[in-house]
Design a protein around this ligand. Structure first.
Ligand code: 13P
Length: 253
């Protein structure tokens, strides 16, 4: 059975002091939690301090972005080698905010996915449709393209390691969550696409998180769906106590 994975995405929030204090509190609260993977995706500037503050606990640290080159003239960017050198184990890639505001393409994201895997950093690949795409019946087409291009040229072994986060854009930060049935239907389609691309075994093992206004009230029902293996949580991850409720919701099944 797939293990649940609850990841917080702090986005561009908190100072270093606030981040470290939140991680310490979270590590303390979750120290005896079992059968769940807990991750916090934090701004690059605080990653090293958070890795140190989380040592020995259940919480792992993710970057929110990364370049695919090891080094070079890419002002303002962070390389996989740099993340690896400070003990970052996960990286969120292709978030819809990066696709929209920083013009990231599926091809660029694919390069980053391959680089993360080469450095043994686990990528969390975000996919999801816009409201008008859902309303015009294009959801499948959009996620199909994002997966085909974003996971192009991966081996089966590599594909298994990729965590997919399905985040319908219309549900991010809007308070509008996909209903559990709606999310489950799309998660099933995603698993179907993965089956087509990499076979049944990979599709069975791959973790697919839901993201988009997941919170303390709806997390349990969403994560109770058979194809929803956890969550990528924005707003509700900023308050440690609220996030703890979401984590516990992932442990109940
Ligand atoms: P919210 O939970 O704030 O809707 O954000 C979801 C998200 O984008 C996580 O990556």
């Amino acid at each position: 059975m797939r293990r649940k994975m609850v990841a917080g995405n702090w986005k561009m929030n908190k100072t270093n002091i606030e981040g470290v204090s939140a991680i310490k509190e979270l590590v303390k609260l979750t120290k005896d939690y079992k059968n769940i993977d807990i991750i916090i995706g934090a701004p690059t500037i605080m990653l090293e301090a958070l890795v140190k503050a989380s040592e020995g606990g259940t919480v792992k640290i993710a970057a929110q972005n990364m370049h695919y080159k090891e080094s070079g003239a890419f002002t303002g960017e962070t390389s996989p080698a740099m993340l690896k050198s400070i003990g970052v184990e996960y990286v969120i890639l292709g978030h819809s905010e990066r696709r929209e505001y920083f013009f990231e393409t599926n091809q660029f994201i694919n390069e980053k996915i391959k680089a993360a895997l080469a450095y043994e950093i686990t990528p969390i690949l975000c996919i999801g449709e816009k409201l008008e795409e859902r309303e015009t019946g294009k959801t499948f087409e959009v996620i199909f393209k994002q997966l085909k291009e974003g996971m192009a040229n991966l081996t089966k072994e590599e594909a298994k390691k990729v965590i997919i986060a399905y985040e319908p854009i219309w549900a991010i930060g809007t308070g509008k969550t996909a209903t559990p049935a709606m999310a489950e239907e799309t998660h099933k389609e995603i698993r179907g696409i993965i089956t087509e691309m990499f076979g049944e075994e990979v599709a069975h093992e791959v973790i697919i998180q839901y993201g988009g206004s997941m919170n303390a009230n709806n997390a349990a029902e969403l994560m109770a769906q058979s194809n929803i293996d956890g969550g990528l949580v924005g707003g509700a991850s900023l308050d440690v106590k609220v996030f703890d409720v979401v984590i516990k919701a992932g442990m109940t099944k």
